[in-house]
Design a protein around this ligand. Structure first.
Ligand code: FAD
Ligand code: DLZ
Ligand code: SF4
Length: 508
């Protein structure tokens, strides 16, 4: 009797546990493009096209390797529109009575598989370095779940950049070397781009006709859509950008969307690349003397530190994590997150590139769009849904802890010990946006002042009961309290006027 083997759109790897448990001779792989998955948020068309094209190519690859694959296209007349529906249809057609699956990266889909009328065995997703049990063991009993301590465990576990039991170079973390402001010139030409082949063209037509109304530009479409291409994109980054990745990791430039970033998160998250090969490629460049330690350590930390830590937090905290709202923020998401229609140059540029590329790098996500949403008091669930929709690499297991936790402090301080907020000065230092902005970053109050400036102080004032005693924020509150009463009133008034304008839908 054959069994079904479910492979989801972000499980495009031969290493999936469900495939390892299956029998190539008798079991049937099920892959399905379904409306439920393509519409639980209004995904960016590039994200949908990427996944559908990569799914189709992976299905063809599995068939070549001798697997029987039952693939449902979105426009198949009998498509039921859901993963459980497609499993049931496949069960009826094949006579299969059970399903082998790898645990999905979202509680919603885990629950749907648990409720499926046909029994589904969910095996752990061991594409990750840290299992749920291992994260629990690390986290249990700790007062604070700081990423840095978790990361050190992962370095020890993998032996990456280790010299015996000591960190390579004598330090665990070279972050303080990785905060150089925007360079005058970027020597990297950006991520490797791939011309659409026949499979991609077919998918682009489908996505254009079905999801053309979603936020985001579909063409030009240049993503890698199979493992071979993703591997070339990785190698291109390692040789062309990694050496400067560290130095300019936090920098932003008006005229450059990628700087020295790898732009591989969508490939790693979908299964086209694995964490180990990605880290080993970076470490090999260091061993050959082609990339400095601050770059390679910084890169490895993002993958075995932040990425694994975020996943650990998501699965530890549970399904209600995405509804948390520790700061009680309730403003609705502003129209310019979809239109880019704002005079704030930094926000406009971040949203424009998100629209065009389904990509923004970490500091744009954290310190431009995320920072603004937090300072303006936007409902974190709305912020979460926006991020989940607009980025090609967004799946709840990684997006939610980054947004609800790191960016919006809506989890009350599990991911971060203090909120990631800043006034315009941080953006001025790290980018050239402010030089082209209608607002003046040097002004603190009034119509011409950079809104980040007064919103920053107004945020601290609004949340003084919560943060006033936080030692990591003591300096900020001292500075605030050193200002004259008139000055503080003027700042709060500017913030109030600006927020009223936001609520009235006035252009800002
Ligand atoms: P690089 O800067 O080149 O970094 C290398 C790799 O490290 C990335 O490809 C990624 O796999 C990993 N990485 C780096 N930072 C993180 C992090 N904080 N969490 C997890 N992995 C990390 N990342 C996602 O993969 N999906 C998301 O939905 C997502 N949402 C985010 C939302 C917010 C508000 C913030 C602040 C960050 C978010 N991130 C998310 C993390 C990070 O911004 C992206 O991983 C990164 O920008 C991807 O671009 P890159 O491949 O060029 O990364
Ligand atoms: C994101 C996504 C989209 C847009 N479409 C599909 C799909 O049609 N079929 C599928 O199997 N998976 C898709 N995915 C990925 C799933 O949403 C993802 O597996 C879950 O959110 C868990 O991470
Ligand atoms: Fe952004 Fe303020 Fe700079 Fe304008 S002045 S780009 S709003 S930080």
């Amino acid at each position: 009797m054959s069994r079904l083997v479910l492979i989801l759109g972000d499980q495009l790897s031969e290493e999936m546990s469900a495939l390892r448990e299956a029998d190539r001779e008798s079991d049937v792989v099920v892959m399905a493009e379904v409306m439920d998955e393509a519409s639980y948020v209004p995904h960016h068309p590039k994200k949908i096209a990427f996944l559908f094209a990569a799914m189709r190519k992976f299905a063809a690859y599995l068939e070549k390797k001798g697997w029987r694959v039952r693939y449902t296209r979105l426009d198949d007349a009998k498509n039921t529109g859901s993963i459980p529906g497609e499993l049931l249809r496949a069960a009826e057609a094949t006579g299969a009575t059970e399903v082998l699956a790898t645990e999905p990266g979202e509680f919603r889909l885990i629950a749907a598989l648990e409720d499926c009328p046909i029994p589904v065995h969910q095996f752990p997703d061991d594409r990750f370095l840290c299992s749920h049990a291992e994260f629990e063991a690390w986290a249990d009993g700790r007062k604070e779940l700081r990423m840095e301590w978790f990361y050190r465990e992962m370095r020890r576990k993998t032996g990456l950049l280790m010299d015996g039991d000591q960190p390579e170079g004598g330090k665990w973390n070279y972050d303080h070397d990785n905060r150089k402001p925007a360079p005058d010139e970027v020597t990297f030409s950006g991520p490797m781009q791939f011309a659409p082949d026949e499979t991609v063209e077919e998918v682009l037509d489908l996505v254009e006709s079905r999801f053309g109304g979603n936020f985001g530009t579909l063409k030009p479409f240049w993503f890698a859509t199979d493992r071979g291409q993703a591997r070339r994109a990785l190698d291109h980054f390692i040789t062309g950008a990694l050496p400067k990745f560290g130095d300019f990791q936090d920098a932003m430039l008006d005229g450059d969307r990628f700087l020295y970033h790898s732009v591989i998160s969508m490939y790693v998250n979908a299964g086209l690349l694995g964490w180990r090969e990605v880290c080993e490629a970076a470490v090999a460049a260091y061993d050959k003397g082609d990339a400095p330690l601050n770059a390679v350590e910084g890169f490895v930390r993002q993958i075995i530190g932040w990425r694994e830590y975020m996943r650990g937090i998501y699965f530890r905290e549970g399904p209600d994590y995405v509804t948390r709202n520790a700061l009680g923020h309730d403003r609705k998401l502003l129209g310019f997150y979809w239109s880019a229609d704002t005079k704030m140059r930094c926000v406009a540029r971040a949203v424009e590139q998100t629209r065009d590329e389904a990509y923004a790098h970490h500091i744009q996500r954290l310190m431009v769009t995320g920072n603004f949403a937090l300072l303006a008091g936007i409902d974190p669930h709305a912020v979460h849904e926006w991020y989940l929709a607009v980025y090609a690499d967004a799946y709840e297991w990684v997006e939610a802890p980054n947004v609800i936790g790191m960016s919006q402090f809506a989890d009350g301080g599990i991911v971060g010990s203090k909120p990631y907020i800043s006034g315009g000065n941080y953006i001025r230092k790290m980018s050239d946006y402010c030089k082209k902005c209608s607002y003046d970053v040097a002004e603190r109050v009034g119509d011409r002042s950079c809104p980040y400036n007064y919103l920053y102080w107004a945020f601290l004032h609004r949340h003084r009961d919560r943060f006033g005693k936080n030692p990591r924020m003591a300096q900020m509150y001292r500075t605030w309290m050193r200002m004259s009463g008139d000055r503080r009133d003027a700042i709060l008034k500017s913030a109030e006027t600006f927020l009223e304008r936001l609520d009235a839908g006035d252009p800002v």
